[in-house]
Ligand binder design. Structure first.
Ligand SMILES: C[S@@+](CC[C@H](N)C(=O)[O-])C[C@H]1O[C@@H](n2cnc3c(N)ncnc32)[C@H](O)[C@@H]1O
Length: 407
């Protein structure tokens, strides 16, 4: 650790620009802003500010690398490079031309523009990207007689332009593919949960990260994989092949290596057990392959098992269950029966545990028949869901009436 700090100090002396502070914006899902802000604080970010589906923060380039590598609830991290007012396309063109693009792009490099517009003056985002491209290309042609080209698949620089009313923000996307693509999942089941959402659900729960953890409908094993990485302190994106910042012209490979090493050094021990099961043999096999690929097979126990009628392990006093049961692809009557079975199994088999389920079936939830301790609004893709907690007391307190609090 001391050696890594020394290496960082030496790098700072050689390349002070890489250690200048920048403002960044990490994007996330609705409802995960607070856990993302907490993650950023623990990682060492400064000036943290929660926004809608995003968190603003500041740090140096090394911190940007670390944030991409370690954050569990960020979808991508943007580095804003200029904001200006725009009322028409000429102002957009002029504003883009004021940026010195040679700082970010070489003639032999490629780029792509992703534009979003929420403004009466700009109704077509495609048109915004074309105008921005023209402004960048014209700047290179005027200076060098040549221009860098567009590459939509694997560009060296991903430029994000966002227009909201009259405010235009130009950012560089440091992540590339969404950060939920951790690189460990090789098999998917029906309706796999997004890794960022799975990690967010775990971090929103009351799991102490040291007691038993169960996903009894684990599908392809996303929730248990995220739980094992959290419990062990393994960086979320350690298996990812690439981040967009690795193609930037100022990318410092040595610095990234130091950051990877120091992040791996923070792995820790864990006293509990992480357990996953599913009644479908195909799901069990997929989970088996995924956790092996994630190098997590020593930390997770899996089983092919029906949840209904099951009980917690005989030697387990307390722990957490987190799962996403099927939502609505069944007949209504079956769904009621299914959620009633969930409630009965939890009540009789998991006393002393805290159970969390996410579902978009608000109607079916009523059939669980247990007292709700917390209810949080989240989205699973386009589906509005409730993430609900039941405290399963061990005999002394009875689960009875429904009381709800919504965050
Ligand atoms: C929505 S999927 C879970 C997806 C999972 N979270 C993932 O990321 O891949 C629901 C899973 O519940 C399983 N399932 C349904 N009924 C079950 C039961 N009674 N016991 C155990 N598993 C069950 C299904 O086989 C399916 O894999």
């Amino acid at each position: 650790m001391e050696e890594q700090n020394k290496e960082l100090e030496e790098k700072k002396e050689k390349n002070p620009k890489g250690f200048e502070s920048h403002e960044f914006v990490a994007k996330t899902f609705y409802g995960l802003e607070e856990v993302l802000a907490k993650e950023l604080l623990q990682l060492g970010a400064r000036d943290i500010q929660e926004l809608n589906r995003a968190v603003k923060f500041s740090g140096d380039m090394g911190f940007l690398y670390k944030a991409n590598l370690c954050l569990r609830t960020a979808l991508r991290i943007l580095m804003p490079i200029r904001t200006f007012k725009v009322r028409n396309e000429q102002q957009l063109y002029d504003g883009i031309q004021k940026i010195n693009w040679s700082e970010y792009l070489g003639l032999d490099k490629t780029f792509v523009i992703n534009a979003t517009a929420n403004s009466d003056n700009f109704t077509h985002s495609h048109y915004v990207s074309l105008k921005v491209k023209d402004a960048i290309v014209d700047q290179f042609r005027e200076r060098f007689g040549k221009r860098p080209s567009i590459d939509k698949e694997r560009p060296d620089l991903r430029i994000q332009v966002h227009i909201s009313d009259m405010d235009c923000t130009v950012s560089l996307d440091s992540s590339g593919e969404s950060l939920h693509k951790r690189g460990y999942r090789i098999e998917t089941n029906n309706a796999p949960i997004n890794e960022v959402l799975a990690a967010g659900m775990i971090l929103l729960s009351d799991w102490d990260q040291n007691s038993d953890f169960i996903d009894p409908m684990c599908g392809s094993g996303t929730i248990i994989s995220e739980a094992a990485m959290i419990a062990r302190g393994i960086p979320a994106n350690i298996h990812r092949k690439e981040f967009a910042f690795q193609r930037w012209i100022d990318y410092d490979e040595d610095l990234f290596d130091v950051i990877v090493d120091s992040s791996l050094n923070k792995e820790r021990g864990f006293d509990g057990r992480i357990m996953g099961s599913d009644r479908a043999f195909s799901a069990f096999k997929k989970t088996e392959r995924n956790i092996k690929h994630a190098l997590l097979e020593d930390f997770i126990q899996i089983e092919k098992k029906d949840f209904f009628g099951s009980t917690k392990p005989a030697d387990s006093k307390r722990g957490v269950l987190i799962f996403n049961p099927p939502y609505g692809e069944r007949q209504e009557k079956d769904l009621e029966e299914f959620y009633k079975n969930i409630g009965d199994t939890l009540k009789h088999g998991y006393q002393g545990y805290s159970a969390w389920i996410i579902t978009s079936s608000m109607e079916a939830l009523k059939f669980v028949g247990l007292r709700t301790s917390r209810k949080i609004k989240l989205f699973n893709g386009p589906l509005e869901c409730r993430y609900v907690n039941y405290q399963l007391y061990d005999g002394s307190k009875k689960a009875s009436k429904n009381t709800e609090s919504e965050a």
